[in-house]
Design a protein around this ligand. Structure first.
Ligand code: NAP
Ligand code: ZN
Length: 349
């Protein structure tokens, strides 16, 4: 039967959150019902609630960094049972048949990946995300959270973790590679940890020096403040790989100049405006500009297992459901250390 869940609902673009009830679907044969314990706040939630990527669908319940515990499974589910610690990330369904799906790159499904919220199931029903007490998800889109990871610090791995792990792996970050991470927020601090764990030489490019001690604690070998004059000029030709996590416009030509021959700049940050560059920034050293979109289910599980093995999790500030609007303002001021996570029990009161 369908169940009601309590949720934080944005009624319209940019409006403050309200508590309300949403309906979760009947448990299907291959569905898993999850009692949500924690939901991370991703900058993408803010972009979408504010309709910065185009008009959002309202009412909206954001949240795609979900950690919780299985409460019930459908009759065909063999991989999960009640009590299991699990996570759900940015998507909850895909066609399963196209080439990307067959390769477990479901985030590139050609039919269109069903995103965890602000999206539609293939049945046409709207999807509602993790700022809520419960969710029902097909078992194939549920991740296992290793025992070594606490649920609050694991929640952000479901988006911030995989979004940085995937391009680092794809572009072979490792020993002998010089990696720069621009923007040390939710995604950026995970990128630093993974790049270091993979054995690369890691430089943080932050706006200010205020996070330098943290950056070095996360594994950075070097830390530069882009607000200081001459910073990027002094780094010309320094990096093999740049992971750009900035949510705003960047000076692409200045950044590209810091890449060596065949160096690669990967956009994971998703600014609302088009970005421009001089083609000479590419041709002068055969540089590559590309992007990356979260990661598939198989790689997300690999990332969780890698995190457990290497003792990596997010640095979180756990907040009450009543503090989400204020937390959004702090994220927008780059005043987050380094991920806000909603204690979903505060929605159950
Ligand atoms: P976040 O916590 O706000 O971190 C972004 C960081 O960028 C800030 O902490 C800040 O770092 C830097 N920054 C912010 N404004 C800036 C500005 N005007 N100029 C220069 N630097 C600035 O956000 P997040 O949750 O990590 O997300 C980052 C971006 O990635 C968002 O656009 C989000 O939508 C996107 N995203 C993409 C994917 C994907 O699959 N591609 C997945 C998740 C999120 P410093 O203070 O260190 O400079
Ligand atoms: Zn996200």
């Amino acid at each position: 039967m369908t169940t009601n869940a309590t949720a934080l609902i944005a009624p319209s673009t940019g409006a403050a959150f309200e508590r309300g009830q949403i309906t979760r679907r009947d448990l299907g044969a291959d569905d898993v019902r999850i009692a949500i314990a924690y939901a991370g706040i991703c900058h993408s939630d803010i972009h979408q609630v504010r309709s910065e990527w185009g008009p959002g669908t309202f009412p909206m319940v954001p949240g795609h960094e979900i950690a919780g515990v299985v409460t019930e499974v459908g009759p065909e589910v063999t991989d999960f049972q009640p009590g299991d610690r699990v996570g759900v990330g940015c998507f909850v369904d895909s066609c399963g048949e196209c080439e990307p799906c067959q390769a477990s790159e479901e985030q590139f499904c050609t039919r269109g990946t069903v995103m965890t919220y602000n999206s539609q199931e293939y049945s046409g029903e709207p999807t509602y995300g993790g700022y809520s007490t419960e969710v029902v998800v097909r078992a194939g889109y549920v991740l296992r959270i290793p025992e070594e990871l606490s649920l609050d610090a694991a929640a952000p791995l479901l988006c911030a973790g995989i979004t940085t792990y995937s391009p680092l792996r794809h572009w072979n970050a490792g020993p002998g590679k010089r990696v720069a991470v621009i923007g040390m927020g939710g995604l950026g601090h995970m990128a630093v940890k993974y790049a270091h764990a993979l054995g690369a030489h890691v430089t943080v490019l932050s706006q200010t020096r205020s996070k330098e001690d943290d950056g070095r604690r996360f594994g950075a070998d070097d830390y530069r403040a882009t607000s200081e004059e001459g910073t990027l000029e002094s780094l010309r030709g320094s990096f093999d790989l740049i992971i750009n996590t900035v949510s705003a416009d960047v000076d692409l030509d200045a950044l590209l100049a810091t890449l060596t021959l065949d160096g690669v700049l990967v956009f994971v940050g998703l600014p609302e405006n088009p970005q421009t560059l001089s083609v000479f920034s590419l041709t002068s050293a055969r540089r590559v500009v590309t992007g990356s979109n979260i990661g598939g289910i198989r790689e997300t599980q690999e990332m969780l297992d890698f995190s457990a093995e290497h003792g990596i999790a997010a640095e979180v500030e756990v907040i009450s459901a009543d503090d989400v609007d204020a937390a959004y303002e702090r994220v927008l001021r780059s005043d987050v250390r380094y991920r806000f996570v909603i204690d979903v029990d505060t929605l159950r009161d």
